[in-house]
Ligand binder design. Structure first.
Ligand SMILES: Cc1ncc(COP(=O)(O)O)c(C=O)c1O
Length: 444
C-alpha cells in the first residue's frame, strides 16, 4: 500500500512537471545537486519556477502554484508587489548603492526603531546570518565575555558559532570542533535549565540568543512565562538577551517582543524587512549599540560590508513595511487563524490525531500525536508523510516548504485559504491508507 501511494504521487509529479526535470538536469552540470541552498533540493528533482505574480508562482510548464513558501518568509506582499517594484526600479535608476550614508537608511532605520521596542539604534547587513553574527559579536564586545547560550531547535543562520554542535552531521561538518567550546545549549521552553545554565555560567556568558518562538524549528510557541523568565534571569545576572526576530517579526509590527511584552537587549530582524530583497538588521539599546558610535567611544567596534545598507534594498524594505502596518498585520494574521481553524476541522473529520502550530501568518503541520512544545517533539514528526504531502500538494497546485511549514502573504484571500485547506484535506485523505498501515499512532 505504502509503495503504491508513493508511486502514484511521484508519477503524478513527474508527469505534471517534466520541464523541471529538464532544467534540473541542465543545472546539475554547474551547481552541485542542482540547488544552491540545501533546502531547495528534494526527490525526485526540485521544482523549477519561471516567475511569480501576487500569491502565485508559475512553473515552466505554465502551472500556477499558490505560493505558501513566500521565499521562506521574506515576501509578505507576494510577488511583484507594485510599491516594491516601483521602489526598486526607481532605486536602481537613481544609482543603486553608494559608499556613504543615505536617506533610505535613515527612513528604514527610523521606521524600525519607532516600531520595535528593543531598537534604539540599528545597523544594516545583508542576511539574517550576518545579523546574528554581529549581534553576538556586539554582546561579546560589550560584556568582554565569550560564551553564548542558545536554544535546542533554534535557528539563527549558518555561520559557525550558531551552526556548531557537538553532534557531527550534515549541518556541522566542516565547523571546527573548537567552535562549540563557547556555545551552550538548553531546550527551548525549559525555563529551569535556562535559569540554571545562566546562573552557573554568569561570569563567562555574554548573551542568551533565542527566537521568541522556534520558527524554522516547527513554529513551537513559548510556554507561558518562558520568555519572561529568560528576560528576568538574564537581567539578574547581567547577561544580554538577544531576540532573533528574523522570522517572527512578521506576526506584529513591533515583533514578538511587542506582542509578548518582553523586550530584549539586542534584536535581529531580516526577511520581510527588505521587501523581498536580501537584508539583515541588528540593533538594540543605546547602551550597547553605542559601541559602534564615534561620538561615544574612541575606538568604535569595527563593522563594515560592501553591501551594507544597500540603498535599493532600503527603499524596497521601506515600501514593503510602510504598508505592512497594524491593519495589514491584523488582516494577514486573521487569514492564519482561518487556516488553522480549517486544518483542525480537517484533522478531526479524517480521524487524525496530528498537530498544527500556528501564530499569525505562520503555520507548521506536524505528524505527531501530541502537542509539540519542544524541538524533540518536532523531530518525532514522520518524514515520509511530510515528503509525500509536499509532492502531493505541488501536484494539486500548492508550493509549500517540504517540512510542513506554510507562510502566508497579504495578497491571499479567504477563498484561497479555504481552497488551501481543501487541498490539504484531499492530501490527508490520499495518505490515510498509508497512515492506517504504517503510522496508526496518528489516528484518533
Ligand atoms: C530565525 C532566523 N534567524 C536567522 C535566519 C538566517 O537568515 P538568512 O537566511 O537571511 O541568513 C533565519 C532564516 O531562515 C531565521 O529564520
Amino acid at each position: 500500500m505504502s509503495s503504491q501511494i508513493e508511486k502514484k504521487i511521484i508519477d503524478a509529479y513527474q508527469e505534471k512537471f517534466p520541464l523541471s526535470k529538464v532544467h534540473h538536469e541542465r543545472l546539475i552540470n554547474y551547481i552541485p545537486g542542482g540547488a544552491t541552498r540545501s533546502l531547495s533540493y528534494f526527490k525526485p528533482y526540485p521544482i523549477h519556477i519561471s516567475h511569480g505574480r501576487g500569491a502565485y508562482v508559475y512553473t515552466h510548464e505554465g502551472h500556477a502554484l499558490l505560493d505558501v513558501t513566500n521565499a521562506y518568509g521574506a515576501l509578505v506582499h507576494g510577488h511583484g508587489d507594485p510599491d516594491v517594484v516601483k521602489a526598486v526600479s526607481q532605486g536602481i535608476e537613481n544609482g543603486s548603492q553608494y559608499s556613504s550614508p543615505t536617506e533610505g537608511q535613515y527612513r528604514l532605520a527610523r521606521l524600525l526603531c519607532e516600531r520595535i521596542p528593543g531598537f534604539d539604534k540599528v545597523r544594516f547587513v545583508n542576511s539574517g546570518t550576518e545579523a546574528t553574527l554581529f549581534a553576538m559579536r556586539t554582546a561579546r564586545a560589550v560584556t568582554g565575555r565569550d560564551k553564548i547560550l542558545k536554544m535546542t531547535g533554534g535557528f539563527h543562520g549558518t555561520h559557525d558559532s550558531v551552526a556548531a554542535s557537538t553532534k557531527k552531521n550534515v549541518i556541522t561538518a566542516g565547523i571546527p570542533a573548537g567552535m562549540t567550546q563557547d556555545i551552550l545549549e538548553v531546550p527551548f521552553n525549559d525555563g529551569d535549565a535556562l535559569e540554571r545554565v545562566v546562573r552557573e555560567n554568569a561570569d563567562t556568558l555574554a548573551a542568551v540568543i533565542m527566537e521568541p518562538f522556534l520558527g524554522a524549528g516547527g513554529v513551537v510557541l513559548p510556554a507561558p512565562g518562558f520568555l519572561e523568565r529568560a528576560r528576568q534571569v538574564t537581567s539578574d545576572h547581567n547577561v544580554l538577551l538577544i531576540f532573533d526576530e528574523i522570522f517572527s517579526y512578521r506576526v506584529d509590527t513591533g515583533g514578538c517582543q511587542r506582542l509578548f511584552g518582553v523586550v530584549p537587549d539586542l534584536t535581529c530582524v531580516g526577511k520581510v524587512v527588505g521587501g523581498g530583497l536580501p537584508i539583515g538588521v541588528f540593533g538594540g539599546k543605546d547602551a550597547y549599540m553605542n559601541i559602534f558610535c564615534h561620538e561615544h567611544t574612541k575606538m568604535p567596534l569595527y563593522h563594515s560590508g560592501t553591501f551594507n545598507g544597500y540603498e535599493t534594498v532600503m527603499q524596497a524594505g521601506f515600501a514593503a513595511l510602510s504598508k505592512f502596518d497594524d491593519t495589514a498585520v491584523a488582516a494577514i494574521n486573521m487569514l492564519g487563524d482561518r487556516f488553522q481553524a480549517g486544518l483542525l476541522k480537517s484533522f478531526r473529520s479524517n480521524g487524525l490525531n496530528i498537530q498544527s502550530n500556528q501564530i499569525g501568518s505562520l503555520l507548521n503541520l506536524h505528524f505527531v500525536n501530541h502537542k509539540t512544545t519542544t524541538a524533540a517533539h518536532v523531530q518525532e514528526s514522520v518524514e515520509e508523510l511530510h515528503s509525500l504531502m509536499h509532492l502531493s500538494l505541488l501536484n494539486k497546485g500548492v508550493f509549500t516548504i517540504p517540512r510542513g511549514l506554510f507562510i502566508l502573504s497579504t495578497v491571499m484571500s479567504e477563498s484561497e485559504i479555504d481552497g488551501l485547506v481543501d487541498k490539504i484535506d484531499d492530501t490527508l485523505k490520499e495518505l490515510l491508507p498509508l497512515i492506517e498501515e504504517k503510522y496508526n499512532h496518528l489516528l484518533l
